[in-house]
Design a protein around this ligand. Sequence first.
Ligand code: VGL
Ligand code: ZN
Length: 197
Amino acid sequence: MSALIVIDVQNDFCPGGALAVPEGDVIVPGINALMAEAEAVVLTQDWHPAGHSSFASQHAGQDPYGLIDMPYGPQVLWPDHCVIGSEGAAFHKDLTTDRAEMVIRKGFRHAIDSYSAFFENDHRTPTGLEGYLRSRGISTLTMVGLAADFCVAFSAIDAARLGFDVTVRMDLCRAIDLSGSLATAKQDMAQAGVTLA
Ligand code: VGL
Ligand code: ZN
């Protein structure tokens, strides 16, 4: 059985949002069309408490898009975004959410970020998505959404390492592209055995 995983199609990642991904909204109609045909649909939602440790605003002297060392490894600092319950954290208004059987929220622990839908940024703490998919007999995944070079790439690489058959529809993703991060993400995905379509 297969599932479509729609990553973080939220207002803050769309034009006008706090961490806007260029053209983040143009993929919405194509994602809706794919959801209509999918066997199962999972949505992910970036979901941070106010004052989250990934926000540059919490680190004196640091600007957004800088890099710091966290106890679990390097972490990019972001503008405040996807704060729990805010309009920015809501799904894009045109995204059809009715087909979603599961919404998985991530990044809700103050001290650790979570790009991947499977593991937090320590690469150890599970979100529970693996167990959910396996217990439903789902072994084939198609991923789409935002941002291609962060949450989509981390999710796809983790899924491939866990043994899922993973395809990323790059035409239905858009990237932040911080100093070459999109090219690196594509290379890393291909190397992990992810199919880029
Ligand atoms: C994301 C940066 C911070 C993403 C989430 O969805 O790609 N990127 N939080
Ligand atoms: Zn985030």
